[in-house]
Design a protein around this ligand. Sequence first.
Ligand SMILES: [Zn+2]
Ligand SMILES: [Zn+2]
Length: 296
Amino acid sequence: MTRIIGAHTVDNGGIHMAALRAGRTGLRALQIFTAIPKYYGDKTSIRPERVQRFREALRTAGIEPANVLVHSAYVLNTATADEEKWGRAAAGLRKELERCTALGVGALCFHPGAATDGNREASLGRVGLAITRALEAVLGETKILIENTAGAGMTVGKTPEEVGGMLSHVPAALRRRTGYGLDTCHLYSAGHDITASPAALSRVLDAFESAAGSAPAFFHLNDSEGGLGSNKDRHVLIGDGKIGTEPFRWLLADQRSAGIPLILETPQRHYDIGDDDDSPDPYDTRMLELLRSFEA
Ligand SMILES: [Zn+2]
Ligand SMILES: [Zn+2]
């Protein structure tokens, strides 16, 4: 069974170019930003021409829209106790879901943010509320998925209990449209040792599955520059970091990696690729070959 491997490709020239680059690399999944990730994007709509170009590019690339993830802006802090900031973050998430739904992509993933007042427990409810508001405001099939975090400072979402806690605040009727995904770099730097043995990796996945009540809806496949428990969010090519290649072989052998997007967020060789150049990035090509070799 071949896994649905993708990457967050460079979008120079537009998101349709990101799709074409992924297609030419031989990837079956894709991750993109729909707006500049360092801004809230709470006022940014998506033009119909842009939607059409993107959907045509996905067809050319042979990528199913269901296997496309959008990564939301990093600045959205839906966990914050500051009311005004929370309002903007919740609005940003809702607007992002609107853009994602217009594009017809499978899911939107986001980092839940930080419990700025130090009350982690209370922050989980605020994240759940932001998800709920967005799902209530925007109807459609696109899901909102929480991404586990590396756990720096007061960021929440680094343990199975925190991820499960946020989801437990979403009403049951909306639960089908939400869930979570796991980033291997974030797992490791948050202190979950996925490198000790296949059983250790499986135990970490079991803990998230049991706390959240569902299996992950995506994985981000990144090696980690930082050590175990370093809380450092720095991605490196698989094999170049502290996780190494073997845990990725184990992950690809786990049934929980089947049928969902597995997205590389590893460095690109050519961030400055020309706007109309859709050639594959050599690093993505190398990563895909490595992952495919694990499946043989
Ligand atoms: Zn990630
Ligand atoms: Zn990261």
